[in-house]
Design a protein around this ligand. Structure first.
Ligand code: PGA
Length: 224
């Protein structure tokens, strides 16, 4: 079985002590062979979490990039900066980022990070937001379907809806000969993760709220 990817997006839910405590609990547990776990803590604690997890199989990733390299970008975060602390992947275009940046276009940042082969998870709320023409498989790219109405609302998309969107994205990717994983995100929890993760068209899940609770995260990881 191809490994399923589970991303815990901790957003800004946890304080420093809680972040460290949860990270330590996670590395104390065995992760099943068929799961690839990525954790995305708040930027404030990214370096600490990366240190804690560096000898484990857990991959630590950023939540956002605002520019590729050093620039006049107050409060932003660069791909080069992430690389310098040993983080080589970030989420891009999360709906919460799109919401606070009117006119956000993932192409703007992707055009800078793709040539540099900086790995990313590109979130999309609708398929028009996927810039197929600039994707390639020279290195690992991941897509995540995140319907905005399902994020943090407790309202998960139906399996039929998820399969329909993932099917159409995978069809477009196959026309380009691209094998890019497509994840689902939006109110994934221990009660629905088995159903979602067991779909062939779903390569993994991006989990927000539930991933900040150790028991829920572990139920999700062990649900298939
Ligand atoms: P949620 O968040 O699981 O809390 O709905 C998902 C996300 O923001 O990616």
């Amino acid at each position: 079985m191809k490994k399923k990817i589970i991303i815990g997006n901790w957003k800004n839910y946890l304080k420093g002590v809680e972040t460290i405590e949860l990270s330590k609990k996670i590395i104390g547990e065995t992760i099943p062979d068929y799961i690839r776990l990525m954790i995305s803590p708040s930027n404030l604690y990214l370096n600490d979490v990366n240190e804690i997890m560096k000898d484990s199989s857990v991959e630590v990733i950023g939540q956002n990039i605002t520019s590729y390299e050093s620039s006049s970008d107050t409060g932003g975060i660069t791909a080069i900066g992430l690389n310098s602390i040993g983080v080589d992947r970030s989420i891009i275009g999360h709906s919460e980022v799109r919401k606070r940046n009117e006119g956000f276009k993932s192409e703007d940042i992707l055009k800078e990070i793709i040539p540099a082969k900086f790995k990313f998870i590109l979130c999309f709320e609708n398929t028009e937001q996927i810039p197929y023409d600039i994707l390639n498989d020279d290195f690992e790219m991941i897509l995540a379907y995140e319907p905005v109405w399902a994020i943090g609302t407790g309202e998960t998309a139906s399996i039929e809806h998820i399969n329909q969107i993932h099917g159409s994205v995978k069809h477009e990717l196959s026309k380009l000969n691209l094998d890019i994983p497509v994840l689902y995100g939006g109110s994934v929890n221990p009660d629905n993760s088995k159903d979602i993760l067991s779909q062939e068209l779903v390569d993994g899940v991006l989990v927000g709220g539930a991933s900040t609770k150790f028991e829920d995260l572990y139920k999700i990881i062990n649900s298939i």
